[in-house]
Design a protein around this ligand. Sequence first.
Ligand SMILES: *Cc1c(COP(=O)(O)O)cnc(C)c1O
Length: 220
Amino acid sequence: MGIRENVKCLLREIPEDVILVAAAKTRTPQEVLEAVEAGIKVIGENYVQEAERAFELVGKKAEWHFIGHLQRNKVKRAVRIFDMIQTVDSFDIAREIDKRCAQIGKVMSVLCEVNIADERTKWGVKAEEVEELVRSISPLRYIKVMGLMTMGPYSEDPERLRPYFKKMREIFEKMKKMDIPNVEMRYLSMGMSDSYYIAIEEGANIVRIGTKIFGPRRYK
Ligand SMILES: *Cc1c(COP(=O)(O)O)cnc(C)c1O
């Protein structure tokens, strides 16, 4: 099946109140455009430079979410393109986003990235550190915390991820009840090609899907 059929199929399957982000890493601008023309509203990019190339072709036909690990020296360029940064995991990077957004008069929606299985190889803050991070960011005027994101561990059997998704949901609900000023716990971003249906069952309202839209990645 092609990109168009894959997108149509996913949009039929996924509940209307769940946002489908097309994870576009390694795809050409033409492929990204094809996904958008098939009905994708949000594109997820891991690399600023790749996003800039796709943005030249696709522009504002879709929203742009940053889902990779953001380096400080890329923030200035990132804030120009992206509507949301899903991977904030330190006060330091939040402060840089705030500073660069202040310069262009933009308030950036962000999600805080949680390393829910506490893996050494993953970015994100530990479950116990989420509240502290969110509270530290909340006074920044050019950032609005809109929820949480996680990659989750890799497993051959996606059912094994369910307990981690459940734990994310618990943290999300707990943070929501705290009513922290300038924080709106609206989005829970979790689930990828092989786990999105489980993530949705456990409360995800953003899923990030690459392979199931574009096919296997071709690494150069
Ligand atoms: C690549 C990627 C995805 C999508 O992965 P697939 O398994 O191809 O669906 C989702 N989220 C992030 C952060 C990614 O880097």
